[in-house]
Design a protein around this ligand. Structure first.
Ligand SMILES: Cc1ncc(COP(=O)(O)O)c(C=O)c1O
Length: 414
């Protein structure tokens, strides 16, 4: 694509539900085969060394062979060969046409909204979104770009989504399962509500990943990913990605990241390619461990409430079983004794580490009311279920009995 085909001041990408979608050549392959092969074959891809693994190309610039012909890639702000392999792989796993990586998941969200919305436009979402997403929705975009975010009253009711959409709605955005309260939104129902009004749906698939949930097969138009979480899996990569139509991805690439940068570095893309190979196996183990931990916590008198869709007591357990292949590694629970109880418990943990992020191979915990969701008003926190004693637990790949033993001894001190 020539740079002159695109220019900054022009009409943004327009959603066309009737536009023919490309079918990927590897669409019929299994998830693990795609996780290992999509986007790169040692004998097919341009690769002078016949490297078995996708090569790490750190170069940020690519030479012109002639004055007239713009090379592809041309410069690291738009693409690099290593990022392109990862983008192909993530698109294949999510079942989308194309993908663009970003410096973080938050950056990927920002790039999308910044590209498709103009002052006066709006985005419809709910309070079940990650903390930085909430800050973009309530402060950054409304105050600095004139783009409003509308929160639905009842995210479980498709009519509630319909009511918030109007002629200036550019996007409906859901996060399911949500961080930190594991609310499950019905992807197909919200997709129908959005499409009936000619609006695209994006699903943040960070907590489930494509190994456990395929939003695009359920009707979503785009997928948002924080690569920093389960996809990379051990807190060594900060990265994000957006999967969707090629025309949208190229609009973001040439009209936003080309000018502002904030791209994922090739080294991060290369590391992610190694980790993504084992994604489905890790997610299966995260899910099994989280189920065991959730059941333990649900039966403990020091715990008031557990949020995990694998528990039959979860209000959307049936929906989660229908739209997901497993319930994932993230859960949250409310410790008895409010914030003081949560603090005592977290200070007593010996194996489980207290740190920001989730989706790591090691079990990690965090206190959303003070760390990620502190900007919500008390009323919004009440609606979103973010109680003072809420602890988010990202269940890792350790032997589950050791995680449970650590929680048990810490709960004994509350
Ligand atoms: C569901 C979800 N999506 C996106 C993000 C943003 O990811 P990043 O930390 O890579 O910016 C987060 C971060 O916590 C998240 O929880």
């Amino acid at each position: 694509m020539s740079k002159t085909d695109h220019f900054f001041i022009r009409d943004p990408w327009v959603y066309d539900p009737e536009a023919p979608r490309k079918v990927r050549e590897d669409a019929g392959r299994g998830f693990d085969t795609k996780a290992l092969h999509a986007g790169f074959h040692p004998l097919v891809n341009q690769n002078d060394f016949r490297s078995f693994v996708p090569p790490l190309v750190q170069s940020i610039t690519y030479p012109y062979e002639t004055f007239e012909k713009i090379p592809c890639p041309v410069y690291g702000r738009t693409r690099t060969p290593t990022n392109t392999v990862l983008e192909e792989r993530l698109a294949a796993l999510e079942g989308g046409e194309a993908c663009i990586t970003a410096a973080s998941g938050s950056q990927a969200l920002f790039n999308l909204i910044f590209t498709i919305a103009r002052p006066g436009d709006n985005v419809v979402t709910s309070l079940n979104i990650f903390g930085e997403g909430y800050k973009q929705a309530t402060a950054i975009f409304p105050e600095r770009c004139g783009v409003a975010f509308r929160f639905v009253e009842d995210p479980a009711d498709p009519a509630s989504w319909d009511r918030r959409i109007d002629g200036r709605t550019k996007l409906v955005w859901i996060e399911t399962p949500s961080n930190p309260c594991l609310f499950i939104t019905d992807i197909a129902a919200v997709a129908d509500a959005a499409h009936a009004r000619g609006v695209p749906l994006i699903v943040d698939n960070t907590t489930a990943t494509a190994a456990l949930q395929k939003p695009m097969a359920l009707g979503a138009d785009m997928v948002l990913l924080s690569v920093s979480k389960f996809i990379a899996g051990n807190a060594t990569v900060l990265g994000g990605a957006l999967v969707g139509e090629e025309s949208l991805v190229e609009d973001i690439r040439w009209n936003t990241t080309e000018f502002v940068g904030a791209v994922m570095q090739p080294m991060e893309a290369w590391m992610t390619l190694q980790y993504v190979e084992t994604l489905s196996m890790r997610m299966a183990r995260h899910s099994a461990n989280a189920q065991a931990v959730a059941e333990f916590l649900a039966g403990h008198p020091g715990v008031e409430h557990v949020n995990y869709s694998g528990l039959e007591t979860h209000p959307q357990h049936g929906l989660a079983c229908r739209q997901m292949l497993g319930h994932g590694g993230l859960l949250s629970f409310v410790a008895a004794g409010g914030m003081a109880g949560a603090a005592r418990l977290m200070n007593s943990l010996r194996l489980v580490v207290h740190a920001v992020t989730f989706g790591t191979s090691r079990t990690i915990c965090m206190h959303p009311p003070t760390i990620t969701h502190e900007h919500l008003t008390p009323e919004e926190r009440r609606i979103a279920g973010i109680h003072d004693g809420l602890i988010r637990l990202s269940v890792g790949l350790e032997n589950p009995e050791d995680i449970i033993a650590d929680l048990d001894q810490a709960l004994g001190k509350v």
